[in-house]
Design a protein around this ligand. Structure first.
Ligand code: NI
Length: 168
Protein backbone atom coordinates (compact mmCIF):
# COMPACT_ATOMS: atom_id res chain seq x y z
CA UNK A 1 0.00 0.00 0.00
CA UNK A 2 1.06 3.57 -0.50
CA UNK A 3 0.11 7.06 0.57
CA UNK A 4 -1.08 9.11 -2.36
CA UNK A 5 -0.60 12.87 -2.72
CA UNK A 6 -3.88 14.80 -2.32
CA UNK A 7 -4.66 17.62 -4.74
CA UNK A 8 -5.21 20.96 -3.02
CA UNK A 9 -7.85 23.49 -4.10
CA UNK A 10 -7.85 25.43 -6.44
CA UNK A 11 -5.96 22.79 -8.45
CA UNK A 12 -7.80 22.55 -11.78
CA UNK A 13 -7.54 18.75 -11.75
CA UNK A 14 -10.14 18.77 -8.95
CA UNK A 15 -12.65 19.84 -11.60
CA UNK A 16 -12.14 16.86 -13.91
CA UNK A 17 -15.10 14.54 -14.31
CA UNK A 18 -14.39 10.93 -13.34
CA UNK A 19 -15.12 8.08 -15.75
CA UNK A 20 -17.03 4.93 -14.73
CA UNK A 21 -14.93 1.90 -13.79
CA UNK A 22 -15.57 -0.84 -16.32
CA UNK A 23 -13.97 -3.73 -14.50
CA UNK A 24 -13.27 -4.15 -10.79
CA UNK A 25 -9.83 -5.73 -11.03
CA UNK A 26 -6.67 -5.94 -8.92
CA UNK A 27 -5.65 -2.43 -9.98
CA UNK A 28 -8.96 -0.96 -8.76
CA UNK A 29 -8.67 -2.88 -5.47
CA UNK A 30 -5.14 -1.57 -5.03
CA UNK A 31 -6.32 1.99 -5.70
CA UNK A 32 -9.08 1.57 -3.08
CA UNK A 33 -6.56 0.24 -0.53
CA UNK A 34 -4.14 3.11 -1.20
CA UNK A 35 -6.97 5.65 -0.98
CA UNK A 36 -8.14 4.16 2.34
CA UNK A 37 -4.61 4.36 3.74
CA UNK A 38 -4.31 7.96 2.52
CA UNK A 39 -7.69 8.89 4.06
CA UNK A 40 -6.83 7.33 7.45
CA UNK A 41 -3.39 8.96 7.50
CA UNK A 42 -4.72 12.45 6.66
CA UNK A 43 -6.91 11.88 8.78
CA UNK A 44 -10.26 12.19 7.03
CA UNK A 45 -13.65 10.49 6.85
CA UNK A 46 -13.86 10.25 3.07
CA UNK A 47 -11.80 10.49 -0.09
CA UNK A 48 -12.69 10.49 -3.77
CA UNK A 49 -10.31 9.19 -6.47
CA UNK A 50 -10.44 12.67 -8.06
CA UNK A 51 -8.59 14.03 -5.02
CA UNK A 52 -5.61 11.76 -5.70
CA UNK A 53 -5.67 12.70 -9.40
CA UNK A 54 -7.26 9.44 -10.56
CA UNK A 55 -10.34 10.31 -12.56
CA UNK A 56 -12.39 7.17 -12.06
CA UNK A 57 -15.63 6.72 -10.11
CA UNK A 58 -14.38 5.39 -6.78
CA UNK A 59 -14.86 6.74 -3.26
CA UNK A 60 -13.83 5.47 0.16
CA UNK A 61 -15.57 6.46 3.41
CA UNK A 62 -15.26 5.63 7.09
CA UNK A 63 -17.44 7.68 9.42
CA UNK A 64 -17.08 5.27 12.37
CA UNK A 65 -15.56 6.48 15.65
CA UNK A 66 -12.85 3.84 15.76
CA UNK A 67 -12.13 3.84 12.01
CA UNK A 68 -13.17 0.21 11.67
CA UNK A 69 -15.88 0.51 9.01
CA UNK A 70 -14.32 1.19 5.66
CA UNK A 71 -16.91 1.52 2.92
CA UNK A 72 -15.93 1.48 -0.75
CA UNK A 73 -18.30 2.69 -3.46
CA UNK A 74 -17.46 2.01 -7.11
CA UNK A 75 -19.59 3.80 -9.73
CA UNK A 76 -21.95 5.17 -7.03
CA UNK A 77 -25.37 6.48 -8.07
CA UNK A 78 -28.00 8.16 -5.91
CA UNK A 79 -31.32 6.44 -6.66
CA UNK A 80 -33.50 8.41 -4.25
CA UNK A 81 -33.12 11.36 -1.96
CA UNK A 82 -35.34 12.96 0.66
CA UNK A 83 -35.33 15.91 3.01
CA UNK A 84 -32.69 18.49 3.61
CA UNK A 85 -30.04 18.99 6.23
CA UNK A 86 -27.41 21.60 6.77
CA UNK A 87 -24.07 20.98 8.42
CA UNK A 88 -20.44 22.01 8.63
CA UNK A 89 -18.23 20.36 6.04
CA UNK A 90 -14.54 20.25 5.49
CA UNK A 91 -12.40 18.63 2.81
CA UNK A 92 -8.90 17.16 2.66
CA UNK A 93 -8.41 19.19 -0.54
CA UNK A 94 -9.32 22.44 1.23
CA UNK A 95 -7.47 22.03 4.56
CA UNK A 96 -8.56 24.26 7.43
CA UNK A 97 -11.76 25.51 5.78
CA UNK A 98 -15.12 24.50 7.27
CA UNK A 99 -18.47 25.86 6.22
CA UNK A 100 -22.12 25.03 6.16
CA UNK A 101 -23.58 23.17 3.16
CA UNK A 102 -27.12 22.01 2.52
CA UNK A 103 -27.54 18.35 1.49
CA UNK A 104 -30.25 15.73 1.18
CA UNK A 105 -30.96 14.27 4.62
CA UNK A 106 -31.59 10.72 3.36
CA UNK A 107 -30.33 8.94 0.26
CA UNK A 108 -30.48 5.52 -1.33
CA UNK A 109 -27.30 4.67 -3.19
CA UNK A 110 -26.34 1.91 -5.57
CA UNK A 111 -22.70 1.03 -6.22
CA UNK A 112 -20.35 -1.87 -6.85
CA UNK A 113 -18.25 -3.37 -4.07
CA UNK A 114 -14.62 -4.50 -4.30
CA UNK A 115 -15.66 -7.84 -5.79
CA UNK A 116 -17.62 -6.04 -8.51
CA UNK A 117 -21.00 -6.98 -7.00
CA UNK A 118 -23.76 -4.36 -6.98
CA UNK A 119 -25.23 -3.34 -3.62
CA UNK A 120 -27.70 -0.77 -2.36
CA UNK A 121 -27.47 1.24 0.80
CA UNK A 122 -29.74 3.68 2.60
CA UNK A 123 -27.91 6.42 4.44
CA UNK A 124 -28.71 9.38 6.62
CA UNK A 125 -26.80 11.74 8.88
CA UNK A 126 -23.05 12.01 8.51
CA UNK A 127 -22.78 9.03 6.15
CA UNK A 128 -25.35 10.53 3.75
CA UNK A 129 -23.56 13.89 3.80
CA UNK A 130 -20.19 12.25 3.27
CA UNK A 131 -21.40 10.17 0.30
CA UNK A 132 -22.86 13.28 -1.35
CA UNK A 133 -19.68 15.28 -0.70
CA UNK A 134 -17.44 12.56 -2.19
CA UNK A 135 -19.76 12.00 -5.15
CA UNK A 136 -19.54 15.71 -5.92
CA UNK A 137 -15.76 15.30 -6.23
CA UNK A 138 -16.33 12.70 -8.95
CA UNK A 139 -18.31 15.37 -10.84
CA UNK A 140 -15.44 17.83 -10.43
CA UNK A 141 -17.19 19.77 -7.70
CA UNK A 142 -15.53 20.91 -4.45
CA UNK A 143 -17.79 21.83 -1.50
CA UNK A 144 -16.62 25.47 -1.44
CA UNK A 145 -18.47 25.91 -4.75
CA UNK A 146 -21.70 25.92 -2.72
CA UNK A 147 -20.50 28.99 -0.82
CA UNK A 148 -20.93 32.61 -1.87
CA UNK A 149 -18.70 34.05 -4.62
CA UNK A 150 -17.04 36.28 -2.05
CA UNK A 151 -16.12 33.36 0.21
CA UNK A 152 -14.87 31.36 -2.76
CA UNK A 153 -12.63 34.21 -3.88
CA UNK A 154 -11.22 34.58 -0.35
CA UNK A 155 -10.53 30.85 -0.03
CA UNK A 156 -8.93 30.70 -3.47
CA UNK A 157 -6.58 33.61 -2.80
CA UNK A 158 -5.66 32.15 0.60
CA UNK A 159 -4.61 28.85 -0.98
CA UNK A 160 -2.85 30.49 -3.93
CA UNK A 161 -0.80 32.59 -1.48
CA UNK A 162 0.02 29.53 0.65
CA UNK A 163 1.09 27.61 -2.44
CA UNK A 164 3.27 30.52 -3.55
CA UNK A 165 5.03 30.41 -0.19
CA UNK A 166 5.66 26.68 -0.38
CA UNK A 167 7.07 26.80 -3.90
CA UNK A 168 8.99 30.06 -3.41
NI1 NI B 1 -13.70 16.63 -0.11
Amino acid sequence: MALLPILIYPDQRLHKIAAPIERVDAEVRRLAADMAETMYAAPGVGLAATQVDVHRRLIVIDVSEDKSQLQVFINPEILEREGECEGEEGCLSVPGIYDSVSRSAWIRVRALDLSGQPFELEAEGMLAVCIQHEMDHLQGKVFVEYLSRLKQTRIKSKFIKQHARITA
